[in-house]
Write a protein that binds this ligand. Structure first.
Ligand SMILES: [Ca+2]
Ligand SMILES: [Ca+2]
Length: 494
């Protein structure tokens, strides 16, 4: 169902792009016959993009963004034969990004009524909704805040669907001068551009990282730090590669030392490095990540909600549920979930209120680095019904009524920002750590958790297919379910 919806939305998106074609000059009549498509054009690294840009123009393409430092051009063209025409000296590779978008796995939001305003005390446990924030107790946020709630010089880039800048728990927390929309691959710093449109996913993520201790609503893991809205999700819920590249480069060039990435490639649209059409996407993302890491940025990413063993993809024999099963035999570990599986990225799994792996959380020995609370609304009834209070409570924005509020969501989308928040506390307490040091510190201060014995299935009553949520954990102190362990806010600052 989800996949069908995503494909439908992708088609709708292409139509919209085509409608914008009339505004673009320089098209020959023949070229204008095709729908406008976005491309990543990679130049050989280290030689600039001038030659590639000239080839793009000659092939009836328009450069909409040039990332010279990594040799990547974001291009739009309606020329049906653009890919073949642009090839030549100065162009290393080219890929259409159509169909390679990533979609947020957005669960339903369960809103709660706004609570009465209480006096701000600086104590997170005094926040009106704190008694619903089991996640903060689990990773020892109150104990951490007795030492430090973080430094305002630390800015966490929230690569997501935007942040509501009018939210009473977030308005004071946003680094507006470091916020932008990267939708389309080009930064747009207008405040309206980086506010939410059709999704409040980013608003929820931002609240987990840094909701204020202000006597209103909830607390974030690191209320003393700032968040930057870096909008990469388009109105259909897709993150196209050019938006992600733009977001990584934006962070690198705006002093953002940490980013949270609660999105992932659709399981049927993995970026396979051994696929000629997808390899340029992998390379462009890899170049942007490497460059940003060289500028001191640590990226934290969600592992995904497919209960997938990411270490053994070839054994995954599931098919797309839209009626077009695909041969999964060729999906080896050459195919990566991006950015979660890119080198140097902190890969985060999820646990529920009991501290056990969330039923949906993907896993994998050697892939998961740490885990964090993401909620598990099914374990309590063994899958029979959903219990929203076992999700993660954070800030919300109702996109229908355009009103701010608080509500529950669950997913590795929610666990990743807990890890990013702890990393932000760590960087506040121990400034100057480079991305590798910070990543190691996050792992070292996590609380190790052993594998459960035998086959794990926390929700046996979910009738979603044979063994839908079975999972096998392997490894010792560091293992496939929990990585180095559950992040710990107090250990990060004490
Ligand atoms: Ca608050
Ligand atoms: Ca990793």
């Amino acid at each position: 169902m989800n996949n069908l919806r995503r494909k439908t939305l992708a088609a709708a998106s292409a139509v919209t792009l085509g409608a914008g074609l009339a505004l673009t000059g320089g098209m020959s009549p023949a070229a204008a016959a095709g729908p406008e498509t976005s491309y990543l054009v990679l130049a050989p690294q280290g030689n600039g993009t001038a030659k590639a840009a000239a080839r793009v123009a000659a092939a009836d393409g328009t450069v909409v963004a040039a990332y010279d430092k990594i040799g990547v051009l974001i291009v739009r063209s309606s020329a049906p034969d653009f890919t073949t025409r642009v090839a030549g000296a100065g162009v290393e590779s080219v890929a259409s990004t159509a169909g390679l978008g990533t979609a947020l796995d957005e669960g339903e939001t369960v809103e709660v009524p706004a609570a009465a305003v209480a006096a701000a005390t600086g104590d997170p446990t005094a926040e009106p909704l704190y008694n619903l924030q089991w996640d903060m107790d689990q990773i020892r946020v109150p104990q951490a805040h007795a030492v430090s709630g973080g430094s305002p010089s630390v800015v966490v880039g929230v690569l997501d669907s935007g942040i509501s800048s009018s939210h009473p728990d977030l308005a004071s927390q946003i680094a507006r001068d470091k916020s932008a929309s990267c939708v389309g691959g080009v930064p747009n710093t207008a405040e309206a551009a980086w506010n939410p449109t059709t999704s409040d996913h980013g608003t929820h993520v931002a609240g987990t990282i840094a909701a204020a201790v202000n006597g209103v609503g909830v607390t974030g893991v690191a209320p003393g730090v700032k968040v930057a809205a870096v909008k990469v999700v388009n109105d259909d819920g897709y993150i196209f590669p050019e938006a992600a590249v733009c977001g990584f480069m934006w962070a690198a060039e705006h002093g953002i030392k940490l980013t949270n990435n609660s999105y992932y490639i659709d399981p049927w649209q993995l970026n396979c490095r051994n696929d000629a059409r997808q390899r340029p996407v992998w390379k462009a993302v890899q170049r942007a990540l490497r460059y940003s890491q060289s500028q001191g940025v640590l990226h934290v990413a969600s592992a995904g909600n497919s209960n997938w063993d990411l270490a053994h993809k070839i054994t995954d024999t599931g098919s797309p549920n839209n009626g077009t099963p695909e041969d999964r035999e060729n999906l080896t570990n050459a195919c990566l979930v991006l950015p979660a599986e890119a080198p140097g990225v902190v890969t985060v799994a999820a646990v529920g209120p009991t501290g056990e792996k969330s039923y949906y959380s993907s896993y994998g020995q050697g892939v998961i680095d740490v885990t964090a609370p993401g909620g598990d609304t099914r374990f309590r009834t063994r899958g029979a019904v959903s219990t929203s209070a076992d999700g993660i409570l954070s800030t919300t924005f109702n996109t229908a009524t355009r009103t701010n509020g608080w509500g529950y969501k669950q997913g590795t989308s929610m666990s990743s920002p807990h890890a990013a928040g702890v990393a932000a506390l760590a960087l506040s307490a121990h400034p100057g750590m480079n991305p590798g040091q910070l990543s190691s510190f996050l792992e070292r201060t996590a609380v190790a958790k052993s594998c459960p014995s035998g086959v794990y299935n926390p929700v046996p009553l979910i009738p979603a297919g044979p063994n839908a949520y079975d999972a096998a954990c392997s490894g010792g102190n560091r293992n496939g379910f929990y990585g180095a362990g559950v992040v710990d806010a107090y250990n990060a600052v004490k």
